[in-house]
Ligand binder design. Structure first.
Ligand SMILES: CC(C)(COP(=O)(O)OP(=O)(O)OC[C@H]1O[C@@H](n2cnc3c(N)ncnc32)[C@H](O)[C@@H]1OP(=O)(O)O)[C@@H](O)C(=O)NCCC(=O)NCCS
Length: 175
């Protein structure tokens, strides 16, 4: 049996996150991109420097999922962030949740989510929200299973193929 651990990230995890972040993103979403420069720039937002900056933000929380001592995924949450559709206060944004491909389908995503939801509740958030690429059936399916429902659509404006740039915004009440 594999040993699974969900733990809060520490400041010195930036390098580790900077390895699994771009890998997990690229495994799932390379098909969205046709402009090399835009893709490279987006991958850099998953790099060690970006994680170091995120870990230093006072209202950002990151958890790491480990299997047998190896980090295989993470969740990044921004507290006090209103959703982009209704702009209601009291939002906790689940900004990024990524597992390496080989670690998907084992319940790790839900374990990461539970850790974030517990903290969001403890911090007084009224709801959690996220946006997902409309083309990512696997992510939308997971979020629906985890109690999120779609509240609107926005566009991802970072240079992905226009026909694949729709995003769904999904919300889950916490009270
Ligand atoms: C999205 C993600 C975090 C989900 O975590 P996970 O632990 O792998 O979740 P699972 O694969 O166990 O799926 C959970 C549920 O999602 C749904 N699901 C999974 N794949 C699906 C698909 N292709 N279509 C529809 N629903 C799907 C199912 O309801 C599934 O539950 P089940 O296995 O009991 O049927 C993970 O798959 C991941 O990191 N994917 C790559 C990166 C990514 O897309 N991140 C989201 C960015 S918005």
């Amino acid at each position: 049996m594999s040993q699974i651990l969900i733990r809060p990230a520490a400041p010195d995890d930036a390098a580790l996150l900077g390895v699994i972040g771009p890998a997990a993103y690229a495994e799932a979403y390379a098909f969205l991109w046709d402009q090399p420069g835009a893709y490279a720039a987006h991958l850099a937002t998953f790099g060690a420097e970006a994680f170091a900056a995120a870990l230093a933000r006072p209202r950002t929380r990151i958890w790491i999922a480990e299997v047998d001592g190896a980090a295989v995924g993470f969740l990044l949450m921004n507290l006090d962030t209103p959703d982009p559709v209704a702009a209601r206060p009291g939002g906790a944004e689940l900004a990024r949740i990524y597992l390496l491909g080989v670690a998907r389908g084992r319940g790790l995503g839900e374990r990461l989510l539970e850790a974030a939801i517990a903290t969001a509740r403890a911090e007084g958030a009224a709801y959690a929200w996220l946006d997902a690429m409309a083309a990512a059936d696997w992510a939308r399916g997971a979020y629906a299973k985890w109690g999120f429902h779609e509240t609107g659509r926005i566009r991802f404006e970072k240079g992905t193929r226009p026909e694949l740039s729709d995003m769904v915004v999904m919300v889950r009440a916490l009270d």
